[in-house]
Design a protein around this ligand. Sequence first.
Ligand SMILES: [Zn+2]
Ligand SMILES: [Zn+2]
Length: 344
Amino acid sequence: MKNTTMNAIVFESEGKLALKDVAIPSIQNPEDVIVEIEVCSICGTDVKIMDVPPGYAAKPDVILGHEIVAKVVETGNKVKYLQKGDRVVVNPNDFCGVCHFCLNNMPNQCETINALGVFTDGGFAEYARIPEKILYKIAPDLSARKAVFAEPLACVINGMEKIRVMPGDSALVMGAGPIGLLVVQLLKASGVSPIIVSEPSKLRQEFAQKSGADYVIDPRVDDPASFCQKVTKGGVDVVIELVGSQIKPAIQAVRKGGNILLFGLNTQVEPEIPQSEIIFKELTLYGTWIANASFSKAVKILEEDILDVESLITHTFPISKVGEGLDLLRKGEAIEILVDPKAV
Ligand SMILES: [Zn+2]
Ligand SMILES: [Zn+2]
Protein backbone atom coordinates (compact mmCIF):
# COMPACT_ATOMS: atom_id res chain seq x y z
CA MET A 1 0.00 0.00 0.00
CA LYS A 2 1.15 3.54 -0.73
CA ASN A 3 2.39 5.54 2.24
CA THR A 4 -0.08 8.10 3.56
CA THR A 5 2.22 9.72 6.11
CA MET A 6 5.68 11.26 5.99
CA ASN A 7 8.42 12.58 8.26
CA ALA A 8 8.47 16.33 8.80
CA ILE A 9 10.13 18.88 11.04
CA VAL A 10 7.47 20.92 12.79
CA PHE A 11 7.90 24.21 14.64
CA GLU A 12 5.77 23.59 17.74
CA SER A 13 6.16 26.71 19.84
CA GLU A 14 8.89 29.13 20.97
CA GLY A 15 12.24 27.33 20.69
CA LYS A 16 10.58 23.92 20.21
CA LEU A 17 11.06 21.70 17.18
CA ALA A 18 9.69 18.19 16.66
CA LEU A 19 10.17 15.37 14.17
CA LYS A 20 6.62 14.23 13.40
CA ASP A 21 4.77 11.72 11.31
CA VAL A 22 2.23 13.81 9.39
CA ALA A 23 -0.19 13.24 6.51
CA ILE A 24 1.28 13.52 3.00
CA PRO A 25 -0.26 16.69 1.52
CA SER A 26 -2.89 16.39 -1.21
CA ILE A 27 -4.23 18.80 -3.86
CA GLN A 28 -6.62 21.31 -2.25
CA ASN A 29 -6.87 24.03 -4.89
CA PRO A 30 -6.86 23.48 -8.66
CA GLU A 31 -3.58 25.48 -8.91
CA ASP A 32 -1.81 23.26 -6.37
CA VAL A 33 1.18 21.11 -7.18
CA ILE A 34 2.37 18.26 -4.98
CA VAL A 35 6.14 17.97 -5.02
CA GLU A 36 8.56 15.40 -3.67
CA ILE A 37 11.41 17.20 -1.89
CA GLU A 38 14.90 16.50 -3.25
CA VAL A 39 16.71 18.83 -0.84
CA CYS A 40 15.89 21.82 1.33
CA SER A 41 18.63 23.93 2.91
CA ILE A 42 18.61 25.43 6.38
CA CYS A 43 18.48 29.24 6.24
CA GLY A 44 19.51 31.90 8.75
CA THR A 45 15.79 32.71 8.94
CA ASP A 46 15.16 29.21 10.35
CA VAL A 47 17.74 29.91 13.04
CA LYS A 48 15.98 33.20 13.86
CA ILE A 49 12.59 31.42 14.01
CA MET A 50 14.00 28.98 16.57
CA ASP A 51 15.70 31.63 18.71
CA VAL A 52 14.26 32.40 22.15
CA PRO A 53 12.82 35.01 22.01
CA PRO A 54 12.23 34.49 18.26
CA GLY A 55 14.05 36.87 15.90
CA TYR A 56 11.43 36.05 13.27
CA ALA A 57 7.84 34.99 13.94
CA ALA A 58 6.51 31.71 12.52
CA LYS A 59 3.15 30.01 12.94
CA PRO A 60 3.05 27.20 15.52
CA ASP A 61 2.66 23.67 14.05
CA VAL A 62 4.04 24.69 10.67
CA ILE A 63 6.56 22.51 8.79
CA LEU A 64 9.72 24.61 8.47
CA GLY A 65 12.06 24.89 5.46
CA HIS A 66 11.80 27.24 2.48
CA GLU A 67 14.89 26.76 0.28
CA ILE A 68 13.50 23.89 -1.75
CA VAL A 69 14.43 21.77 -4.76
CA ALA A 70 11.73 19.26 -5.64
CA LYS A 71 10.13 17.07 -8.27
CA VAL A 72 6.51 17.41 -9.37
CA VAL A 73 4.47 14.29 -8.53
CA GLU A 74 0.90 15.54 -8.98
CA THR A 75 -0.81 18.62 -10.44
CA GLY A 76 -4.19 20.24 -9.84
CA ASN A 77 -6.47 20.56 -12.87
CA LYS A 78 -5.76 24.28 -13.37
CA VAL A 79 -1.97 23.89 -13.34
CA LYS A 80 -0.84 25.22 -16.74
CA TYR A 81 2.87 24.84 -17.24
CA LEU A 82 4.14 22.11 -14.96
CA GLN A 83 3.75 18.40 -15.28
CA LYS A 84 4.65 15.28 -13.40
CA GLY A 85 8.40 14.70 -13.42
CA ASP A 86 9.38 18.39 -13.83
CA ARG A 87 12.00 19.61 -11.38
CA VAL A 88 11.41 22.92 -9.63
CA VAL A 89 12.71 25.47 -7.14
CA VAL A 90 10.38 27.60 -5.05
CA ASN A 91 9.88 31.30 -4.35
CA PRO A 92 8.70 30.72 -0.78
CA ASN A 93 6.85 34.04 -0.60
CA ASP A 94 3.44 33.46 -2.11
CA PHE A 95 1.85 36.73 -3.25
CA CYS A 96 -1.78 37.53 -3.99
CA GLY A 97 -1.20 39.12 -7.41
CA VAL A 98 -3.99 41.71 -7.01
CA CYS A 99 -3.08 44.07 -4.13
CA HIS A 100 -1.58 47.54 -4.70
CA PHE A 101 2.01 46.31 -4.36
CA CYS A 102 1.55 43.17 -6.46
CA LEU A 103 0.06 45.31 -9.22
CA ASN A 104 3.05 47.64 -8.99
CA ASN A 105 5.59 44.88 -9.60
CA MET A 106 6.50 44.48 -5.93
CA PRO A 107 5.09 41.05 -5.07
CA ASN A 108 7.70 40.81 -2.29
CA GLN A 109 5.78 43.63 -0.57
CA CYS A 110 2.37 41.97 -1.07
CA GLU A 111 -0.13 42.98 1.60
CA THR A 112 -1.11 39.36 2.25
CA ILE A 113 2.21 37.66 1.58
CA ASN A 114 2.26 34.05 2.72
CA ALA A 115 5.69 32.63 3.51
CA LEU A 116 6.14 28.93 2.91
CA GLY A 117 8.00 27.21 5.73
CA VAL A 118 7.02 30.09 8.05
CA PHE A 119 3.21 30.43 7.86
CA THR A 120 2.33 27.45 5.65
CA ASP A 121 4.01 24.05 5.51
CA GLY A 122 7.46 24.02 3.96
CA GLY A 123 10.20 21.69 2.84
CA PHE A 124 11.74 19.86 5.81
CA ALA A 125 9.53 16.95 4.83
CA GLU A 126 9.21 14.33 2.11
CA TYR A 127 6.46 16.13 0.20
CA ALA A 128 4.91 19.61 0.03
CA ARG A 129 1.85 21.26 -1.50
CA ILE A 130 2.81 24.44 -3.36
CA PRO A 131 0.82 26.70 -5.74
CA GLU A 132 2.11 26.71 -9.32
CA LYS A 133 2.69 30.47 -9.46
CA ILE A 134 5.64 30.31 -7.05
CA LEU A 135 7.36 27.32 -8.68
CA TYR A 136 10.21 27.72 -11.18
CA LYS A 137 11.15 24.91 -13.49
CA ILE A 138 14.85 24.00 -13.60
CA ALA A 139 16.90 22.02 -16.12
CA PRO A 140 16.69 18.22 -15.66
CA ASP A 141 20.48 18.05 -15.31
CA LEU A 142 20.94 20.90 -12.80
CA SER A 143 22.09 19.16 -9.64
CA ALA A 144 19.98 19.65 -6.53
CA ARG A 145 23.13 20.73 -4.69
CA LYS A 146 23.38 23.73 -7.01
CA ALA A 147 19.67 24.40 -7.50
CA VAL A 148 19.14 24.68 -3.75
CA PHE A 149 20.89 28.06 -3.89
CA ALA A 150 18.17 29.55 -6.14
CA GLU A 151 16.22 31.13 -3.29
CA PRO A 152 19.11 32.82 -1.46
CA LEU A 153 20.64 33.80 -4.81
CA ALA A 154 17.33 35.35 -5.95
CA CYS A 155 17.36 37.46 -2.76
CA VAL A 156 20.97 38.49 -3.47
CA ILE A 157 20.12 39.46 -7.06
CA ASN A 158 17.18 41.57 -5.86
CA GLY A 159 19.66 43.51 -3.71
CA MET A 160 22.43 43.73 -6.30
CA GLU A 161 20.05 45.13 -8.89
CA LYS A 162 19.50 48.10 -6.58
CA ILE A 163 23.16 49.07 -6.15
CA ARG A 164 24.21 48.29 -9.73
CA VAL A 165 27.89 47.54 -9.14
CA MET A 166 30.14 47.91 -12.15
CA PRO A 167 33.39 46.18 -13.15
CA GLY A 168 36.27 47.90 -11.38
CA ASP A 169 34.16 49.06 -8.43
CA SER A 170 35.43 48.28 -4.96
CA ALA A 171 33.22 46.71 -2.30
CA LEU A 172 33.05 46.00 1.41
CA VAL A 173 30.96 42.96 2.36
CA MET A 174 30.08 42.93 6.05
CA GLY A 175 29.25 39.41 7.23
CA ALA A 176 30.20 36.20 5.39
CA GLY A 177 27.38 33.78 6.12
CA PRO A 178 25.85 31.92 3.15
CA ILE A 179 24.28 35.12 1.76
CA GLY A 180 27.46 37.15 2.21
CA LEU A 181 29.47 34.44 0.46
CA LEU A 182 27.05 34.38 -2.48
CA VAL A 183 27.46 38.18 -2.65
CA VAL A 184 31.26 37.78 -2.71
CA GLN A 185 31.07 35.18 -5.52
CA LEU A 186 28.72 37.37 -7.54
CA LEU A 187 30.89 40.49 -7.05
CA LYS A 188 33.93 38.51 -8.16
CA ALA A 189 32.11 37.28 -11.27
CA SER A 190 31.10 40.90 -11.99
CA GLY A 191 34.69 42.18 -12.03
CA VAL A 192 34.53 44.03 -8.71
CA SER A 193 37.94 44.71 -7.13
CA PRO A 194 39.05 44.83 -4.45
CA ILE A 195 36.45 42.88 -2.50
CA ILE A 196 36.99 43.43 1.22
CA VAL A 197 35.17 41.11 3.63
CA SER A 198 34.66 41.88 7.29
CA GLU A 199 33.83 38.77 9.34
CA PRO A 200 34.79 37.67 12.85
CA SER A 201 34.31 33.86 12.44
CA LYS A 202 37.43 31.94 11.41
CA LEU A 203 35.44 29.36 9.40
CA ARG A 204 33.53 32.02 7.48
CA GLN A 205 36.77 33.96 6.88
CA GLU A 206 38.22 30.88 5.16
CA PHE A 207 35.14 30.52 2.98
CA ALA A 208 35.27 34.24 2.10
CA GLN A 209 38.82 33.78 0.89
CA LYS A 210 37.84 30.74 -1.21
CA SER A 211 34.83 32.63 -2.59
CA GLY A 212 37.02 35.35 -4.06
CA ALA A 213 37.61 38.01 -1.39
CA ASP A 214 40.79 40.04 -1.91
CA TYR A 215 41.05 41.03 1.76
CA VAL A 216 39.41 39.37 4.74
CA ILE A 217 39.49 41.27 8.02
CA ASP A 218 38.27 40.57 11.54
CA PRO A 219 36.28 43.68 12.56
CA ARG A 220 37.34 43.15 16.19
CA VAL A 221 40.96 43.59 15.15
CA ASP A 222 40.82 45.88 12.11
CA ASP A 223 38.36 48.73 11.90
CA PRO A 224 36.51 48.17 8.57
CA ALA A 225 36.26 51.90 7.82
CA SER A 226 39.97 52.69 8.28
CA PHE A 227 40.92 49.50 6.43
CA CYS A 228 38.72 50.47 3.45
CA GLN A 229 40.05 54.04 3.48
CA LYS A 230 43.61 52.71 3.46
CA VAL A 231 43.13 50.16 0.66
CA THR A 232 40.94 52.24 -1.65
CA LYS A 233 42.07 55.82 -0.88
CA GLY A 234 38.76 57.44 -0.08
CA GLY A 235 36.44 54.55 0.71
CA VAL A 236 34.78 51.70 -1.17
CA ASP A 237 32.24 52.30 -3.93
CA VAL A 238 29.67 50.02 -2.32
CA VAL A 239 29.05 48.43 1.06
CA ILE A 240 26.82 45.39 1.38
CA GLU A 241 25.76 44.99 5.00
CA LEU A 242 24.62 41.48 5.95
CA VAL A 243 24.69 41.78 9.72
CA GLY A 244 21.75 44.01 10.53
CA SER A 245 23.49 46.38 12.95
CA GLN A 246 26.54 47.76 11.14
CA ILE A 247 25.09 50.82 9.44
CA LYS A 248 27.51 53.18 11.20
CA PRO A 249 30.76 51.49 10.09
CA ALA A 250 29.15 50.99 6.65
CA ILE A 251 28.62 54.77 6.34
CA GLN A 252 32.18 55.39 7.49
CA ALA A 253 33.67 52.88 5.02
CA VAL A 254 31.90 54.01 1.82
CA ARG A 255 33.29 56.74 -0.42
CA LYS A 256 31.58 60.07 -1.00
CA GLY A 257 28.62 59.52 -3.29
CA GLY A 258 28.77 55.76 -2.69
CA ASN A 259 25.98 53.20 -2.26
CA ILE A 260 25.09 51.10 0.76
CA LEU A 261 22.91 48.02 0.58
CA LEU A 262 21.25 47.07 3.88
CA PHE A 263 20.51 43.36 3.64
CA GLY A 264 21.13 41.73 7.04
CA LEU A 265 18.12 41.74 9.33
CA ASN A 266 18.30 42.09 13.10
CA THR A 267 15.01 43.24 14.61
CA GLN A 268 16.48 43.18 18.15
CA VAL A 269 18.75 46.19 17.72
CA GLU A 270 18.35 49.87 16.89
CA PRO A 271 21.79 50.92 15.70
CA GLU A 272 23.01 54.51 15.85
CA ILE A 273 22.75 56.29 12.48
CA PRO A 274 25.25 59.08 11.72
CA GLN A 275 22.74 61.10 9.73
CA SER A 276 25.00 64.09 9.09
CA GLU A 277 27.60 61.87 7.40
CA ILE A 278 24.95 60.62 4.97
CA ILE A 279 24.36 64.25 4.03
CA PHE A 280 28.00 65.38 3.89
CA LYS A 281 29.03 62.35 1.83
CA GLU A 282 25.88 62.39 -0.34
CA LEU A 283 25.29 58.69 0.18
CA THR A 284 22.53 56.48 -1.15
CA LEU A 285 21.18 53.77 1.16
CA TYR A 286 19.01 50.92 -0.08
CA GLY A 287 17.06 48.38 1.88
CA THR A 288 16.42 45.04 0.23
CA TRP A 289 13.83 42.50 1.28
CA ILE A 290 13.60 38.90 0.02
CA ALA A 291 13.39 38.16 -3.71
CA ASN A 292 11.48 40.04 -6.37
CA ALA A 293 11.20 38.81 -9.94
CA SER A 294 14.79 37.62 -9.56
CA PHE A 295 14.20 33.84 -9.58
CA SER A 296 14.58 33.40 -13.33
CA LYS A 297 17.97 35.12 -13.22
CA ALA A 298 19.05 33.07 -10.21
CA VAL A 299 18.11 29.83 -11.96
CA LYS A 300 19.93 30.95 -15.13
CA ILE A 301 23.12 31.79 -13.19
CA LEU A 302 23.02 28.35 -11.55
CA GLU A 303 22.29 26.52 -14.81
CA GLU A 304 25.16 28.33 -16.52
CA ASP A 305 27.47 27.43 -13.65
CA ILE A 306 28.81 30.98 -13.19
CA LEU A 307 29.38 30.61 -9.43
CA ASP A 308 30.95 27.90 -7.29
CA VAL A 309 27.97 27.50 -4.99
CA GLU A 310 28.60 23.85 -4.17
CA SER A 311 31.82 24.77 -2.38
CA LEU A 312 29.65 26.46 0.28
CA ILE A 313 27.97 23.18 1.32
CA THR A 314 29.48 21.91 4.56
CA HIS A 315 26.88 19.33 5.64
CA THR A 316 24.10 17.11 4.27
CA PHE A 317 21.68 15.84 6.90
CA PRO A 318 18.55 13.67 7.01
CA ILE A 319 15.31 15.33 8.16
CA SER A 320 15.82 14.03 11.70
CA LYS A 321 18.96 16.16 12.08
CA VAL A 322 17.50 19.61 11.30
CA GLY A 323 17.82 20.55 14.99
CA GLU A 324 21.50 19.62 14.97
CA GLY A 325 21.98 21.67 11.80
CA LEU A 326 20.34 24.72 13.38
CA ASP A 327 22.71 24.41 16.36
CA LEU A 328 25.76 24.21 14.08
CA LEU A 329 24.63 27.33 12.21
CA ARG A 330 23.91 29.18 15.45
CA LYS A 331 27.43 28.37 16.68
CA GLY A 332 28.91 29.41 13.34
CA GLU A 333 30.28 25.90 12.72
CA ALA A 334 28.63 25.38 9.33
CA ILE A 335 28.01 27.35 6.17
CA GLU A 336 25.35 25.74 3.95
CA ILE A 337 23.52 22.72 5.37
CA LEU A 338 21.34 20.66 3.05
CA VAL A 339 18.51 18.53 4.35
CA ASP A 340 17.90 15.50 2.16
CA PRO A 341 14.84 13.37 3.05
CA LYS A 342 16.59 10.35 1.54
CA ALA A 343 19.83 10.80 3.48
CA VAL A 344 20.47 8.56 6.48
ZN1 LIG B 1 16.06 31.68 3.33
ZN1 LIG C 1 -0.44 41.13 -3.15
